[in-house]
Design a protein around this ligand. Sequence first.
Ligand code: AGP
Length: 680
Amino acid sequence: MCGIFGYCNFLCEKSRREVCDTLLNGLSRLEYRGYDSAGFAVDGDIEDTLIIKQVGKVAALRKLTDDQPLDFSKPFISHCGMAHTRWATHGQPSQINSHPQRSDDKNEFVVVHNGIITNYKEIKLLLEKKGYVFESDTDTECVAKLTKYVFESHNKELNFTELVKTVVKELEGSYAFIFKSTHFPNEIVATRRGSPLLIGVKTQKKLKVDFVDVESSDNSFATVEGQDMSRPALNRSQSRAFLSEDGLPQPIEYFLASDASAIVEHTKRVLYLEDDDIAHIADGELHIHRVRRSKEDNTAPTRSIQTLEIELAEIMKGSFDHFMQKEIYEQPESVVNTMRGRVNFENHEVTLGGLRGFTHIIRRARRIIFVACGTSYHSCLATRSIFEELNQIGTQAELASDFLDREPPIFRDDVCVFVSQSGETADTILAMRYCLERGALCVGVTNTVGSSISRETHCGVHINAGPEIGVASTKAYTSQYIALVMMAIQLAQDSKSSQKRREEIIDGLYRLPSDIKEVLAIDAKLQQLAVEQLAQEKSLLILGRGYQNATCLEGALKIKEISYIHSEGIFAGELKHGPLALIDETMAVILVMTQDKYYPKVQSALQQVSARSGNPIVICNTGDENLKNHHRTIEVPKTSDCLQGLVNIIPLQLLSYHLAILKGVDVDFPRNLAKSVTVE
Ligand code: AGP
């Protein structure tokens, strides 16, 4: 996944320094999306385009920029710039593989890209046969050179929108692009398919209307080879949004970004592009066109300009050292936000508006199939049994990648639930489309408004956890967990037999924020445990059973992904089928042994481990004297069995954080990982 950012100022003068700083700051907000290299493109001094790019983080790019022999005071009354922060998919992290990528050594066409072009090799071959010489290993460079090729094949007669439309029709795969060209000064074209892209609008005066028309044009497309064709008549319906009272052009700024965190400090007025939208910004106006891929195109005729709900503070670290730490500590609030307006604690009722009109269909499902990746998959595992218990519907949890490999039978009476914090995980999106094609009812559970999964599913639930910046997912896990529990309760609300059970769970949800706070209060003890007893370990096993299976897998994932210590979640019931061989006095073990119906079986696992000189740290309920007197314990408050995993995961999140700090890991940017895996 990468972060792309664009900034256009029209009739509001900005110095080159201000333009560069706006682009660099935009990248800083997107750095969690990818951070092995970064770059940007701005106007030069002689109607040329300057590209400044650097391997490493945005800070390295900022330093490189400051070292440029440029007149940073040069004013621009109007200007269009673009920027990119990269998580490598094609080609090693390097200066030459960084974006923007260009068409030639005069930077006639430059492009930044988030996504993956799957037919880039064929395009590259075609262009090499036409004499193009490539300098990078990226798929994106093919797009920049193809743009130049198409432009020249049409005697340079295509306008910027037609040109990009022709180019992207040749591409397969996923993309969000921003194009800039010396042939179209002070213009920018942006388009997306499968990767997110939104546009912030900042004006001095209120906009005339809060939407932008999608403009139609007769679709005799230009083709790559440049056949003769009548120029398509663009029915450019004046963008009513930007009409001024006196008809004169107005000062305006546009901010294009992969997600809202890079826009919110400038404006809260944003427009989400849909797949195959082409946004053209010129002369202070934003025009939206469509890449039509088939006769019917049932997208809306306008794109609304919405108001962002997130605050800048939410995307800042505040008093914390890392986003991950902030997000762990946010959980007493984020779980409340997830339940806000949805759980009535007095009459013990759940109302998920996003499922309205679909609840009765889901109740009649033959199967409920959860599909997700990583931490999101663990939230499905954590709630699978409460779904089955309350609704008596066979419920399975699938890893999206494995699901796609198997291509299992999916039927119209299946309900498939896609859980994804980013809503942009490629494997989960592909699994969603697989199920949509087969007629299943598809439900999206995401944390990102406007994300592909939230837009393409039939219905869904927004977990309202607030932006999660840290690569290691924490508050999204607990909010996904709760959202799924709420869904299970809502589906069972017409059943008398589970009334008592539902009330007990809802009472547990009510106490959850204070339960979490109680665990956060022992953070210093957990830090000491990490320093004194775990930091030197080479491997760490986490055992649990029943509802705590998910806790073990999620805890192990946290530890491995940010402290790089090998860690494995093991279902305690499986211990004697092999993993017990790993146990001796040297193997670090954490055993999750909170009170529930599986406690006696977990006790047996504790005995098996102790009999082999294992010395586990036991996560138990406060006051479990039996355990406290014989073992190292981490005590947590007791709650409803199906919610206990929400409390038990907190010490494991904190332990993983402290271990990562002790290892000197840059917690928010763990090596080799990115916040959202938008490629398969
Ligand atoms: C979890 O800490 C990881 N960042 C990763 O496993 C993540 O949960 C997974 O990539 C799924 O992401 P999603 O929820 O955005 O789909």
